[in-house]
Design a protein around this ligand. Sequence first.
Ligand code: CO
Length: 134
Amino acid sequence: MLGRVNHVAIAVPDLTAATASYRDQLGAEVTAPQALSEHGVTVVFVNLPNTKVELLEPLGDASPIAAFLEKNPAGGMHHICYEVVDILAARDQLKASGARVLGSGEPKIGAHGKPVLFLHPKDFYGTLIELEQV
Ligand code: CO
């Protein structure tokens, strides 16, 4: 079911500072910030030769990463995103195996304009998993 790692996401309290760290200290190529109001986050992508890192900052009052940052005020690894070929087939197979799909269970359009779903971290060893159809 799983393809490549599309990105690893890190929740950060200050996106401007985090972007500067990756660009200026670590010497990475970073994108311009992108506000995703439907997901309650502003994102910057760090483009690496083999994958991407997604820096996430809360956007709005109901941001899904606000509680995470309360527990991890300095920031921390938030999720890992794997590519799948058919997200609905993957969802149905996972649900049939007992895994919990977050939200309504219907894919939302993610930061790359592709459908995404999230899987419950308690079902996958404490790691929030994002699936992205590519
Ligand atoms: Co992501």
